[in-house]
Design a binder for this molecule. Structure first.
Ligand SMILES: Nc1ncnc2c1ncn2[C@@H]1O[C@H](COP(=O)(O)OP(=O)(O)OP(=O)(O)O)[C@@H](O)[C@H]1O
Ligand SMILES: [Mg+2]
Length: 488
């Protein structure tokens, strides 16, 4: 028995016989439409025309330059365009030699961005996005997010994308790894775009912080800004500035993550104000490792304790009492603190917070330390007290004072859950991959993520490495009449 259904109206299906089995279900095939050839040609001609116009408008500068050269070659002979090209080449070479920054800004970077847009991003855009599942097909038509702009920096590319209507940035965050592999980057971060519906994708090509940064020079006293001490470098090459005035800082990182370099870079940046008596550093050093190297420095320009049987807790309590006195004196008089010789800015550095609040065997000492720290962190900000606490373990049970530290730094961490515990919810999804920082000191020590006030996106930073010799030099600078070798 044969099946044959005739099409009665457009859009209806036709059943065609495919096999001889009379019990098999009929196979439905769509109707075949025959287009007039002229119409097909016309549609394709219009399509080509539109694409050509779009290409010419998008590449107006190179197209005009090439046409002008071609025209001059046609009108005056081939030597003219060759001469023009040679002159332009020499001019650009001289510009690059004389004023490199402006050459990079106006020529090298835009050309590179254009090149990478055309030959990396536009070229692989559709296949990568289709494979990553960021396109949609509806009624047989493919909808593709569009590429708006590419900006290159020496180590990364920022790509502005117009998402599909109804898409959200987290759809892109979920496939960040696919995008990184697809476009040959080591890492992709998704950042808020310039307006709703758009996102910036940050493709990191090479690690700008892979090399250790040597200790920064001790600044001049007039350059020290307690609202932004220079302690290292951000991924984009700008200085990493750490705020101490009006805040407290928690540094979290596994053992060997480089907490010491953050602490010492900060002390180094503070040194000129310590020498002039406007800043005091009170150091609490339960491990007797990190800070003991500068013990003489702290004893002269602040205080120092590593005494586990109560000395460290006493130091914290003294600070808390003094802070209360200050608060009483300042009450109603001033709201913003300016350091003076009478009331110096006091930085309380605690190398291992958990030793005082969790690991210390004596319960009474733990309680006292915890309450002194709570007093200092909750009330000290406006009266010139800043607590810098370092901690290996970011888990909640270890430190329930964590939320009292407004500024937090996540160095290399052991587990991915700890990232959000340190930097706040969603930080890891926004690119703070602190658990993936290399454990090789040369590459990863001192590298971490911070959240700056200006943006919710975490920024990757690296602290400068203050070596033992640098610390010795600082001590020699601060205490010239001391036999440094003997003291250290
Ligand atoms: N910023 C840095 N750049 C390069 N190397 C660094 C940096 N900071 C530290 N290092 C290297 O990493 C090693 C460990 O650093 P550090 O002692 O500061 O770690 P830590 O986080 O204090 O560890 P722990 O919790 O065990 O005290 C140092 O001996 C040093 O060689
Ligand atoms: Mg340490």
């Amino acid at each position: 028995m044969a099946w044959e259904f005739r099409k009665l109206a457009p859009g209806e299906n036709v059943a065609v016989e495919t096999q001889r089995d009379p019990f098999a279900a009929p196979k439905w095939a769509p109707p075949v439409w025959h287009m007039p050839e002229g119409l097909v040609l016309l549609v394709n001609a219009v399509r080509v025309l539109v694409r050509t116009v779009v290409f010419l408008v998008r590449n107006i500068v190179p197209v005009s330059a090439a046409s002008a050269l071609a025209w001059s070659g046609y009108a005056y002979g081939w030597t003219v365009p060759v001469l023009v090209l040679a002159l332009v080449g020499v001019g650009l070479g001289v510009w690059a030699a004389v004023d490199r920054p402006s050459f990079v800004r106006w020529i090298a970077r835009p050309v590179r961005s254009w090149w990478r847009m055309a030959f990396v991003y536009r070229r692989h855009w559709q296949p990568v996005l289709v494979t990553a599942g960021l396109t949609k097909t509806h009624h047989g038509r493919e909808y593709l997010p569009s590429l708006v702009r590419v900006r290159c920096s020496p180590t990364s590319d920022r790509v502005l994308v117009r998402m599909l209507k109804g898409q959200a940035p987290d759809a892109w965050e979920r496939v960040a790894v696919n995008l990184a592999h697809g476009f040959g980057a080591t890492l992709v971060r998704v950042r808020d775009g310039d307006r709703p519906g758009r996102v910036w994708l940050e493709f990191v090509r090479t690690d700008a912080l892979a090399e250790p940064i040597p200790a920064l020079p001790v600044p001049d006293a007039s350059e020290v800004d307690l609202s932004g001490l220079m302690i290292g470098r951000c991924e984009d090459g700008s200085p990493w500035r750490l705020r101490l005035l009006g805040t407290h800082v928690l540094i979290a990182g596994a053992t060997g993550a480089g907490k010491g370099s953050v602490i010492w870079s900060t002390i180094r940046a503070l040194l000129p104000l310590m020498l002039s008596g406007l800043v005091e550093v009170w150091a609490i050093d339960p491990k007797r490792m990190e800070l003991s190297f500068g013990r003489v420095l702290f004893e002269r320009y602040g205080r120092y304790s590593s005494d586990p049987s109560g000395g460290m807790v006493k130091l914290l309590e003294t600070a808390a009492e003094d802070m209360n006195e200050r608060a009483e004196r300042f009450a109603g008089l001033t709201r913003s603190f300016t350091p003076s010789a009478e009331f110096p800015f006091r930085v309380i550095v605690v190398d291992e917070l958990a030793f005082l609040t969790a690991y210390c065997p004596e319960r009474d000492l733990r309680k006292r330390a915890e309450s002194a720290l709570a007093v200092l962190t909750s009330q000290g900000r406006s009266v010139g007290y800043c607590v810098i606490g370092a901690q290996q373990d970011a888990r909640k049970e270890v430190n329930n004072l964590r939320n009292l530290f407004p500024d937090r730094i996540a160095l290399r961490l052991d587990e991915d859950e700890q990232v959000d515990m340190v930097l706040g919810d969603g930080a890891r999804d926004r690119g703070a991959l602190a658990d993936q920082i290399s454990s090789v000191p040369q590459i990863g020590a001192g590298v971490g993520f911070v959240r700056l006030e200006t943006s919710p996106d975490p920024v990757r930073v690296r602290a400068a490495y203050v070596s033992d010799a640098d610390i010795r030099q600082m001590v020699a600078l601060a205490l010239p009449d001391l036999d440094v070798e003997g003291a250290a």
